[in-house]
Design a protein around this ligand. Structure first.
Ligand SMILES: Nc1ncnc2c1ncn2[C@@H]1O[C@H](COP(=O)(O)OP(=O)(O)O)[C@@H](O)[C@H]1O
Ligand SMILES: [Mg+2]
Length: 227
């Protein structure tokens, strides 16, 4: 079995056309092994989120091939991409992206409702995941009733609800204090220790150096940062 869970073959991403063309990612060749723990660093606007959105199957490369678990996803349609996301990928965003009208339990159990899991099992699983991120006492709270760090932990529990093998976190500690940030990183590292692939974008060098491997992006060009 191939141990590379993500392979990019010369992928590029260009936004817009003509004079307003932006080359957000250029000719990228990267292999990522199953169980790896990677930090992506680089200045604002360098292409970090573009890279994450591509490997998270939220967007498609303009050219090149992208393999997730051996499947070339660069050729898939929207429905097929949604299936890959649901089966393999957990995405955590800087601004949590929780649904404001739903409590923590509902936010976490919602995504499994599309995955054909029974109601009772969904809630049980959501409870377990919220326990794992230490939020058993906040299950019935809505996002506005929780701190930033707590909301991000709900978002992590939600990202884990379909048992993904690839966890992508785009600046997961960007909106929380240092203490909450460390707690969030601890949870992501526990997940990595269980064998899942974890990729995080960060501005914080102290967070980046916790990873096993650092990739640097500058003007859309990805390179290996040697430790
Ligand atoms: N949807 C979009 N349409 C046009 N340009 C975009 C879009 N998304 C990002 N960009 C541009 O692509 C470049 C890379 O953006 P992004 O990947 O968000 O960078 P980062 O996450 O490193 O801050 C930037 O110049 C940004 O303005
Ligand atoms: Mg970004």
């Amino acid at each position: 079995m191939n141990t590379d869970v993500i392979i990019t073959k010369n992928i590029s991403k260009t936004y817009g056309t003509g004079d307003i063309k932006v080359h957000a990612l250029r000719h990228t060749n990267i292999n990522i092994k199953r169980g790896d723990y990677i930090a992506i660093i680089g200045p604002s606007g360098s292409g970090k989120s573009t890279f994450m959105n591509l490997i998270g199957c939220l967007d498609k490369p303009s050219s090149g091939k992208l393999f997730i678990d051996g499947t070339d996803v660069s050729q898939l349609n929207e429905n097929q991409l949604a299936t890959i996301r649901r089966e393999k990928i957990g995405f955590i965003f800087q601004k949590y992206n929780l649904i404001p009208t739903l409590n923590a339990l509902e936010n976490v159990s919602l995504s499994t409702s599309f995955a054909g899991v029974k109601n009772k099992d969904r809630l049980k699983r959501a409870e377990k995941l919220l326990g794992m991120v230490d939020l058993s006492k906040r299950m019935l709270h809505k996002p506005s009733e929780m701190s930033g760090g707590e909301q991000q932990r709900v978002a992590i529990a939600r990202a884990l609800s379909n048992d993904p093998s690839i966890i992508l976190a785009d600046e997961p500690t960007g909106n929380v204090d240092t203490k909450s940030g460390n707690r969030i990183m601890g949870i992501l590292e526990d997940i990595n220790n269980k064998g899942e692939t974890v990729i995080i974008v960060t501005h914080d060098p102290n967070i980046a150096k916790r990873a096993k491997r650092i990739l640097k992006i500058q003007d859309g060009v990805v390179s290996e940062e040697n430790a």
